[in-house]
Write a protein that binds this ligand. Structure first.
Ligand SMILES: Nc1ncnc2c1ncn2[C@@H]1O[C@H](COP(=O)(O)OP(=O)(O)OP(=O)(O)O)[C@@H](O)[C@H]1O
Ligand SMILES: [Mg+2]
Length: 337
């Protein structure tokens, strides 16, 4: 099962993507602070300081970066860490940027080291240094860039090098969304898609969306199909409930991969602690996928805890899975928190 966007979904995401701060739901602190940065930058006729956005996939990092450019009234140029293979690729991008444009680098933790080093002077002095000729005739040249704003996004802030991290002036951590915020997002999306949804239907989809706008929009599409085929097209609580049960999305929003992950720890490792690599091998998935897409939400809702010796499934997760938690006998007190 994949959580990567398919082309059809990519189109839908563009359609539903908010374009201004006003349309962007939630993340109140980040939005308030970026609004101030944009206003101040406009008054000074400067670019906004470089911004680092981090947090789990699908929470709106790319969206927020695009909004920043819209609100600045400048161009939005996007690329990603793995897409920039050589220094020359980055030079091409940087030298084409206009005054105060926003350059968005997704998955910035995957920038090759040589490219990253080229980025340092670009961020600091709006200049790139390069060497022409070889040997005796080698000369270092400095090429001035127009002032720009780098907005970088990462799901793995811990993997960023210190020198790169230090060159950002603004940091925002995007966190999972509250149910009420997701209900607002799904209601807005339904209206863009011209689908009728009642408030209880919106809440039901929101509750099962793992705190994630991308997922709420994806589930909306599934429920909309079901409402058309099995109902009169209106999304009610009952329709949402049935449709999501069929999709394998349970009442806490866990999907098949989440449950496979938990069940593997419970059945193969006695509930843990166990290392992520071992679980990945057991369920035949990649450790990176589990670390980025599965674990953060399970940690957030307290279904697993991290310990120095690995991940452990909590009592609450056992109960959710309908499994008997291990007895907390003498000497085992505190096993579950
Ligand atoms: N705050 C928000 N309000 C309304 N819709 C949102 C919000 N944030 C995200 N979305 C919706 O969710 C979709 C996914 O958001 P986005 O692509 O910005 O996530 P991301 O954090 O960049 O994810 P990834 O780490 O996978 O790149 C967007 O297309 C948009 O429709
Ligand atoms: Mg993104």
């Amino acid at each position: 099962m994949s959580r990567v966007a398919v082309p059809e979904e990519a189109h839908l995401e563009r359609q539903l993507r908010p374009r201004s701060f006003d349309e962007y739901v939630g993340q109140a602190e980040a939005v308030a602070s970026l609004r101030v940065s944009v206003e101040a930058a406009k008054l000074r006729r400067e670019g906004v300081d470089h911004v680092l956005l981090y947090g789990p996939p699908g929470l709106g990092k790319t969206t927020l970066a695009g909004i920043l450019a819209n609100e600045m009234g400048t161009s939005f140029v996007t690329t990603s860490g793995p897409a920039i293979e050589r220094g020359a690729d980055l030079m091409g991008i940087l030298t084409n940027l206009g005054e105060r444009d926003v350059l968005f680098i997704d998955e910035v933790h995957r920038l090759p080291r040589a490219v990253e080093e080229l980025l340092y002077p670009a961020m600091e002095d709006f200049a790139v240094n390069f060497v022409i000729d070889k040997g005796l005739h080698a000369r270092a040249l400095k090429y001035a860039l127009r002032p720009f704003t780098l907005v970088a996004a990462t799901t793995r802030p811990g993997m960023l090098s210190a020198p790169l991290r230090e060159r950002f002036g603004i940091f925002h951590h995007l966190d999972f969304y509250a149910e009420a915020e997701l209900a607002r997002i799904v209601t807005r999306s339904a209206s863009i898609l011209e689908t009728r949804i009642d408030p209880a239907g919106a809440r039901e989809i929101a509750r099962r969306s793992r705190g994630t706008p991308r997922i709420v929009n994806r589930l909306l599409r599934r429920v909309r199909d079901y409402a058309q085929v099995s109902g009169d097209g209106v999304i009610t609580e009952a329709i949402a409930h049935d449709a999501l049960d069929r999709e394998g999305v349970d009442v806490r929003g866990l999907d098949r991969l989440d449950r496979r992950f938990l069940v593997a720890i419970v059945e193969r490792y006695g509930g843990g602690p166990v290392g992520i690599e071992a679980v990945a091998a057991t369920i035949n998935d990649e450790a990176e996928t589990l670390a980025e897409m599965v674990e953060p939400y399970l940690l957030k809702i307290g279904f697993i805890v991290r310990t120095p010796s690995g991940r452990r499934v909590t009592r609450e997760a056992y109960l959710h899975l309908g499994k008997q938690p291990p007895a907390t006998g003498p000497g085992q007190a505190g096993l579950f928190e």
